[in-house]
Structure formats: C-alpha cells, structure tokens
Design a protein around this ligand. Structure first.
Ligand code: PBG
Length: 303
C-alpha cells in the first residue's frame, strides 16, 4: 500500500538482434541467454514474450554484407525491414521499435559516413532519414535514432512527414554516453569501430548539464520520447531529465549491465531474480517511464 514504485510488464521493451536466413540462432558469447536470430526465430521469441505480457520489442539488424555507406540499413528488403514485416503480420498488437543507426551496417563500425577518419555529420543525416523512412514503410511503430549525430531528429522527423508518416513517433537516444558498457553489444552486432572510438559524437560520461541540452534540442526537433543510456550508471541523469522536461522518458539497461549481472549470477555471487527486479525498480524510481532491457522476457513472466 505504501510502495511508491512498481515495475510492470507495460514498462518493458526487449531488444532483439536480427540476422538473415531462417532457423538461425547464434548465441552471443558475452551475453548468456541472448542470441542473434533470423526473422522466423525472432517471431517465435516475440510471440512467447508477448503472450506473457511484453508490449514492445526493439530491433537491431546485422546484415550479410557491410559496406562504407551502410547500405543495407535503407533497403526495402533489408534484414530489419523483413523482420518488421514478419512481426507485424504475426503479432499485430506487439509494438515494433527499430533502432536507426549505421554502425551495425558499416564495414568500419562507425555510426556515420567517413571522410578519411572523420565522421561526417551532415552527410550522415540523409542516410539516417532514408533508413527511418524505410523502417516506417516496412511497418515499424516507432523509430529510434541512436547515432548521436547533431540534427538527426529534425532530419528524421522531416523525412517521415514528407513520406506520409507524420504520426509515427520518434524515440530519441538523446543522452547517449560514450560508454564502456556497450562492449557486449558490439560483439552481438559486430559493430566495434575499426579505429578510434565514438567520443566525437557520443557524450562524455562526466557531463550532466550537456545531457539536458541534448534532450532539449531533440525535443525542439520533434522527439516524442527521449532516452538516457546506459541506465544504472546514469540514474542521476534520468532523474534530472524527467524532472526538467516531464516527457516520456526511456532508459536503456545496456549489454554491459546485463553481462555484469549474468556473470555474477552464474558464479552464484548474486541472486539473479532479486537483483534484476531491484535494478529495474531503481531505474523506474529514477524517472524512467519505460526500460529497454535484455531481461524483459524473463521479467514479464516473473511478474
Ligand atoms: C548503435 C547502438 C549501440 C547500442 C544501441 N544502439 C552501440 C553503440 O553505440 O556502440 C548499445 C546497446 C547495448 O550496449 O546494449 N549505435
């Protein structure tokens, strides 16, 4: 009766890694319990979780071929586009969110196009906008740009409006830090940068006022939902963002947060169910309205 915070299945979003083919299920070594899956396997996994009460998934595509411009990202028959179609046909009530970025599709692993070793902001915007529109055409319910280029929310919003998707929501990875906790994801998506790091476009972990400026800009450009990422090391940022703007706010409990909990639980050092629920409660308590977590399928069942 006096509990202030309650995590419910409605809060949770499950990330899924899509690969080409059928019947494919490749376990991700650094993320026990997570696998890259072909679209048919994604539908099966989503059906089980949705049946238990999961409202939404977010898709990441790993294409057969990567190239300098990340061209599979915006093909009508790209790996994500086909998975979106399969999911929306099989499970029309499941919300399908797509991650909009180039790093899973580029052979150099950066989130934008290159000029030598420089990531070119404005040339990247056009490709991200094409990618978002192609996800919308495939049937995505929400698009989620995660690249951290400047001006990308305006570019994506404008392109969606022009293409007739003026009501499609944009979930912006607004305060996305340049974090070591993304390590296992880069295994899962094969997207580790081939040189340098992402510190010219992702945020310095030391900054908090800057997070508010990033969120403010994205809202001005048309974001409907803003995200703070990672989650647990950045609970103070979540609280500031929620207090300042009061808009729908998402938090991403990232691959490294998942891997830490899993590794300790496998050794018997932590009690998985207990610490997973505690971690999600802390993220919600800090201000998140929704949480992207690799534990989502387990948690909806436990709840
Ligand atoms: C793509 C993207 C990343 C994650 C989500 N979208 C990787 C990165 O920025 O390096 C990380 C998710 C996770 O670690 O679980 N830009």
């Amino acid at each position: 009766m006096v509990r202030e915070t309650r995590v419910t299945p409605d809060d949770l979003i499950l990330p899924l890694f899509v690969v080409p083919g059928t019947g494919v299920e490749n376990p991700v070594a650094s993320m026990p319990g997570v696998a890259q899956m072909s679209a048919d396997k994604i539908v099966e996994a989503a059906r089980r979780a949705h049946g238990a009460g999961l409202p939404a998934v977010i898709l990441f595509g790993i294409p057969e071929q990567k190239d300098a411009g990340g061209s599979d990202a915006y093909q009508p028959d790209g790996v994500v586009q086909r998975a979106v179609g399969a999911l929306k046909t099989a499970l029309p009530d499941l919300a399908v969110i797509t991650d909009v970025c180039l790093c899973e599709y580029t052979d150099h692993g950066h989130c934008g196009v290159l000029d030598g070793e420089k990531i070119v902001n404005d040339a990247t915007l056009e490709l991200l906008a094409r990618e978002a529109v192609s996800h919308a055409e495939a049937g995505a319910d929400i698009v989620a740009p995660s690249d951290m280029m400047d001006g990308r929310i305006a570019a994506v919003r404008h392109a969606l409006d022009e293409a007739g998707f003026s009501e499609l929501p944009v979930m912006s990875y607004a305060a996305k830090y340049c974090s070591g906790f993304y390590g296992p994801f880069r295994d899962a998506a094969g997207s580790a940068p081939s040189f340098g790091d992402r510190s010219t476009y992702q945020m310095d972990p030391a900054n908090t006022d800057e997070a508010l400026r990033e969120v403010e800009l994205d809202l001005a450009e048309g974001a409907d939902i803003v995200m703070v990422k990672p989650a647990m090391p950045y609970l103070d940022i979540l609280r500031r963002v929620k207090d300042r703007f009061g808009v729908p706010t998402a938090a991403y409990q990232v691959s490294g947060e998942y891997a830490m909990i899993k590794a300790a639980c496998e050794r018997g050092w932590l009690d998985q169910k207990r610490v997973v629920h505690e971690s999600l409660t802390s993220i919600k308590r800090a201000g998140a309205d929704m949480i992207i977590t690799y534990f989502a399928a387990d948690v909806v069942k436990e709840l």
